[in-house]
Design a binder for this molecule. Structure first.
Ligand SMILES: *Cc1c(COP(=O)(O)O)cnc(C)c1O
Length: 230
């Protein structure tokens, strides 16, 4: 079932690209495997997936150690500063940076491991109280503060759009994030590359792709419903 789902999602992404004249190679599909077992990841790997998203540090570490093949792990969940050290050398992207203090911690740990960590700034684009992320109007200033850090590299923006039943309702938020990205890019800040827009999940990734997403994070649509009770 996972392979069929992957094929379906890839086709939807390709069609969304076609509708707006984009090349489908501009969009990276991240398979969000949180709470799912290694066998599920293996099945996605057999299909050809190499990008996986997780939202818990312990789960990334466990899965990283259980799979010897090189994969691209994306940390997409809220990250506590005291746990940064466990993942800086294991992930290709941290999508959820929303404070200078967190970026500084990543920078310190990356230095120790002699690496540069690619990060995205998480923006609370719809201003939801329950969500992490920096306010849109404070994003540029945060980017400017993080930019000088030598061992982190800002690659773009990420958002978790509101949970809606009609994906069209999120179009405005994706448009806003894209515009914010362009505004910041136009400042040509040293050590900042605004090429990545991580937006769109199972319910709304097609709209996100139409609005310029370069990374979509799809969990349920690939692996099925998650069971948090176990
Ligand atoms: C769980 C999660 C996803 C995937 O959600 P689905 O609706 O299952 O596709 C995407 N992004 C983040 C940050 C998540 O935590």
């Amino acid at each position: 079932m996972i392979k069929e789902n992957l094929k379906y999602v890839e086709e939807k992404i390709a069609k969304a690209c076609e509708r707006v004249g984009r090349n489908k190679d501009e969009v990276t599909l991240i398979a969000v495997s949180k709470t799912k077992p290694i066998e599920d990841i293996r099945e996605a790997m057999e299909y050809g997936m190499t990008h996986f998203g997780e939202n818990k540090v312990q789960e990334i570490v466990d899965k990283y150690q259980s799979i010897s093949e090189p994969l691209n792990w994306h940390m997409i969940g809220h990250l506590q500063r005291n746990k940064v050290k466990y993942i800086v050398d294991k992930v290709v992207f941290i999508h959820s940076v929303d404070s200078l203090r967190l970026a500084e911690q990543i920078n310190e740990e990356a230095k120790k491991k002699n690496t540069v960590v690619k990060i995205l700034i998480e923006v609370n684009i719809a201003g939801e109280e329950s969500k992490f992320g920096v306010k849109p109007e404070e994003t540029l200033s945060l980017v400017e503060q993080i930019a000088p850090l030598s061992n982190v590299k800002i690659m773009g923006l990420m958002t978790i759009a509101p949970y809606v039943s009609n994906a069209e309702e999120n179009r405005i938020h994706f448009q806003k994030l894209r515009k914010l990205n362009i505004d910041i890019k136009s400042k040509n800040i040293d050590n900042v590359c605004m090429d990545v827009l991580s937006m769109g999940m199972t319910g709304d990734y097609e709209v996100a792709v139409e609005e310029g997403a370069t990374m979509v994070r799809v969990g349920t649509g690939i692996f099925g419903e998650r069971n948090y009770a176990v």
